[in-house]
Design a protein around this ligand. Structure first.
Ligand code: SAH
Ligand code: DHB
Ligand code: MG
Length: 249
């Protein structure tokens, strides 16, 4: 199955079904712009066969992450939330041969599958899998004193997104990009009275983002086979935007 030829059913646990036109446009674009890909197809199949939740990024979203990381010239990537390694494969492909991606995952089953999928994609040497709760792993990582990251993708439990973001900023080099998935959730993010703890987690993240002078950020809403959701993109600036005039934050 080509990455574009995916079932047109609702994915990713949004409440609403995706509109038919969202899915039709996604398939049209993927068919034209994303080549058929044995490693990614195999990863998706293996994840489905193992009963993993159908919540990986879509092919067009994966390629979007890959392009962002390549544009950034990323050498060191941090991913929080591996699942079966589908987004990991896209991101690791953006790295040069001596680049490194560290990905964190709490479930051993997910981590094992991801390791196999990434190895099958020929990217095993570039990816460092860390099994555990990300909130335990991040301070351990900080203590290792590795090179700072130039790209981070945050896509784990939404309740802890604000903490993950703070760690990503702390571990990033100036000029790094941080992408956060699932920040719109059917528009529920704009509901101040939401009782969904995951959406509340995203709201806490957005408050932290708004109060963080060292980043410049925006959110893009997305539609497609995963329904209506969105990404936040943050650029870690050297001195905070206020320091360079304060006009473009
Ligand atoms: N980025 C993946 C999807 C990740 S889904 C892709 O697009 O292909 C979210 C993952 O985060 C799940 O595998 C889940 O087990 C993991 N996760 C949830 N809570 C976590 C935590 N506290 N620490 C690390 N990983 C966690
Ligand atoms: C869920 C998690 C995700 O990372 C995603 O992209 C979609 C849905 C979820 O937990 O429901
Ligand atoms: Mg996600």
């Amino acid at each position: 199955m080509s990455p574009g030829a995916r079932p047109s059913r609702s994915r990713g646990n949004t409440k609403q079904k995706p509109e038919k036109t969202w899915v039709a446009v996604e398939e049209y674009m993927d068919e034209l712009l994303i080549s058929s890909d044995a490693a990614l197809d195999a990863a998706r199949k293996a994840n489905e066969a193992a009963g993993l939740p159908d919540i990986a990024v879509t092919p067009s979203q994966g390629k979007f992450l890959y392009l962002l990381a390549r544009m950034r010239g990323a050498h060191h990537i941090l991913e929080i939330g591996t699942l079966g390694g589908y987004s990991t494969i896209w991101l690791a492909r953006a790295l040069p041969a001596d680049g490194r991606l560290i990905t964190m995952e709490a479930e051993a089953k997910h981590c094992d599958l991801a390791r196999a999928n990434v190895a099958r994609a020929g990217l095993g040497a570039r990816v460092d899998f860390r099994l555990g709760e990300a909130l335990d792993l991040l301070p351990e990582l900080a203590a290792e004193g590795l090179e700072p990251f130039d790209f981070a993708f945050i896509d784990a439990d939404k309740e802890n997104t604000a903490e993950y973001f703070k760690w990503a900023v702390r571990l990033a080099r100036p000029g790094a990009a941080i992408v956060v998935d699932n920040v719109v959730r059917d528009g529920e993010v704009a509901d101040a009275a939401t009782s969904d703890e995951r959406v509340q987690g995203i709201q806490r993240f957005l408050d932290a983002l708004a109060g963080e002078p060292r980043v410049s950020a925006t959110t893009l809403q997305t539609v497609g086979s995963k329904g209506y959701d969105g990404f936040t993109l943050a650029l870690v600036t050297t001195q905070g935007d206020a320091g360079v005039g304060g006009w473009f934050r």
